[in-house]
Design a protein around this ligand. Structure first.
Ligand code: AP5
Length: 228
């Protein structure tokens, strides 16, 4: 019989939702909306790595070279980062993981990390968007360097041009949204993402939503899949 991911005999203490999708699929957009609506903690490995880069920590310097060329950061760094973040049990209301796991090894490590805290994955939602749409989205994206909320010049503009709706910070463009890095990210990161999707499909935890729909419709579809 198929075992449930991250379960063992432990009982779940909080909902854990995983969003999977290629660069630009809308993971950050949806995670930030759902985390606010449901009172969950939004845990985005990309945001954590960018914050480490800005602060020039050892982790940030280790991650820099990989991020600048559109590669995944090595598994051990990403796994260590998430293990540390999930050890904080203060997010009792639930957790939305955005950008982790991205490899089959990370998916297996997540099972162990969650089981150690008595948690399990509630649902994995893959956000499906065509590659042409992904490039268009990333080239128009601006984000808040303080809270990480993404916007889009056309599809999801802030109320006041160039300013974050949440905290009034001036929006910036990400270094890795240059078109050549975007293409590298898609080429290099989609194959391991497919392995992650296969892993969760086999564990009977996967739902797939159409990420090409308007943002509020994607949110509703994810909410329905996670039962919230
Ligand atoms: P990360 O920050 O996670 O980047 P990513 O996965 O490449 O994803 P993005 O943030 O680019 O896209 P998204 O899916 O969040 O889309 P968004 O909501 O912003 O990672 C950055 C780097 O860190 C990686 O390349 C890697 O090097 C490293 N890294 C991170 N995690 C790692 C890990 N676990 N292991 C190893 N390395 C790791 O939306 C995009 C745009 O589209 C926005 O402008 C938005 O407004 C717009 N939009 C969103 N939804 C819609 C919609 N429905 N319709 C129209 N527009 C929309």
């Amino acid at each position: 019989m198929m075992s449930r991911v991250g379960v063992g005999e432990a009982s779940t203490t909080r909902p854990v939702v995983v969003l999977v999708g290629a660069a630009g699929a809308g993971k950050g957009t949806q995670a930030s909306i759902l985390a606010a609506e449901l009172g969950y903690r939004h845990l985005a490995t990309g945001d954590l790595f960018r914050s480490a880069l800005r602060d020039r920590t050892v982790l940030g310097e280790q991650a820099r070279v990989y991020m600048e060329r559109g590669d995944l950061v090595p598994d051990e760094l990403a796994i260590g980062l998430v293990a540390e973040a999930l050890a904080d049990q203060s997010a009792a209301g639930g957790v939305i993981l955005d950008g982790f796991p991205r490899t089959a090894a990370q998916a297996r490590a997540l099972e162990i990390i969650l089981a150690a805290g008595g948690d399990q994955i509630s649902r994995v939602v893959a956000i499906d968007v065509s590659e042409a749409d992904l490039v268009a989205r990333l080239s128009g994206r601006w984000s808040c360097p303080a809270c990480g909320t993404p916007y889009h010049l056309v599809y999801d503009p802030p109320r006041q041009p160039g300013i974050c709706n949440n905290d009034g910070t001036a929006l910036t463009q990400r270094e890795d949204d240059r078109v050549e890095v975007v293409r590298a990210r898609l080429t290099k990161q989609i194959p391991p993402m497919r392995e992650v999707i296969a892993h969760y499909r086999a564990a009977d935890l996967l739902s797939v939503v159409d990420g090409s729909l308007p943002i509020d419709e994607v949110t509703a579809a994810i909410r329905a899949e996670v039962g919230a």
